[in-house]
Design a protein around this ligand. Sequence first.
Ligand code: ADP
Ligand code: MG
Length: 476
Amino acid sequence: MNKSVESVWASCLHTISMHVSQQSFRTWFEPIKPVGLNGSVLIIQVPSQFFYEWLEEHYVSLLSKVIRNELGEEAKLEYQLVVDPAEKEEKDADKMPPDASLSVNKGKAPSVKWKNAEKIKNPFVIPGIKDMIIDSQLIPNYTFDNYIEGECNQLARSAGVAISKNPGGTAFNPLLLYGGVGLGKTHLAHAIGNYVKQHQRDKMILYVSSEKFTNQFIEAVKNGSIPDFVNFYQLIDVLIVDDIQFFANKGRTQDIFFHTFNHLHQSGKQIVLTCDCPPKDLVGIEERLVSRFKWGLTADLQIPDFETRIAILEKKLHSENIDISRNVIEYIAYHVNTNVREMEGALVSLMAQSSLNRKEIDLGLAKLIVKNLVENMSQQISIELIQQKVGDYFNVPLEDMKGKTRRRSVVQARQISMYLAKKYTESSLKLIGKHFGGRDHSTVIHACQAVANQMDTDRTFQDDVLELQKQIDISI
Ligand code: ADP
Ligand code: MG
């Protein structure tokens, strides 16, 4: 009768795996270790406070259900936190001779000891201001407030918020954000910096692209000022390095970055990195660096879904104080669907065109602009597309649409499809009839009339047809 903690947890995992996506399962359940079973109390070990909070916020009802299932109604769950992994990492990094990677200065080992702050030249000084006040290089309006949350960025955003509140103090160090072009990596990285800047004024924050870091290093080599360069970077509390894939094949820059990384990490400073691919796919970057990138949390940004894209556009319009009709917004969000930057670009050109030509921003103008932007513009409107949309809307399968059934709901869907086919395509009545199981053209005429009549008298019916027209309008 006595079940082992492992077997209880294994059955829990089995049930959980059927209720959450594979990605969530891997991220949030695989890392859990079952550590004890005390009567009906199951004790599990989780890697961090944040992890625990995430589970409580998102999975508490699922967890309690599966655990009750295994251990009965009295079952309880207790969490245990893993001891801070930083201790282990510190030891690991200690094995490295501290300056092994810094032999660039013609055999002269650069000094890494703490220098008097005022003496340090740094690449971001604001002229005229005391040396140590650095310009963080942050873009002020890349904030969390302006960053729309969606399933596509949930983990990355929450982790970003967590470290903003406690830079260097969570297990997410470094935080590595990765994802395709224009999906919000840079924005999110700045949001973290801006938040810390606003709430912890004593912290030194620096945003730097990997190219800029590389160029500064090359300059430092030229001027013999590597120690200054190193010392400057070691003073930062929150270091944000954007697009680290550009470190590829730059061995000496990687060395110096490795050193900087270790120093900051060991001193409990926060590091935020962005990359256009997951760390395992990085080419031309030394393994010892790649493995460090994976020390903290790696979170991806995906393409936002349709609703999130609409929310992003609306936020943008709101901040610019511009009003555009909803169907135009939907049209852009529907078609420009792989890259947020391009989507915003479409909106900007739309606004520009409209003010240049003093034209109102309507669906026609939007279509014109989007067509120029998006290469593979969607399908021509076809009878099949209409059948599919109407079929989905009324839950009528295509066979029925083409078949003989006279069921009221089917007849209605069939007639509306014919009406829309006539309205939206150039097809002849004969061809339309053919698509509906070979009906003849008089049936199509009758359908068109029937729909037009009913739209005049039946409000609900009219709403249905208009909604379908709207859906078709934005899909072409
Ligand atoms: P990346 O660095 O991944 O190429 P960016 O951070 O430069 O992408 O984002 C491109 C544009 O899209 C920016 O203007 C950014 O503000 C916007 N953007 C991306 N994701 C979001 C989001 N979730 N909410 C609001 N704006 C977003
Ligand atoms: Mg970027």
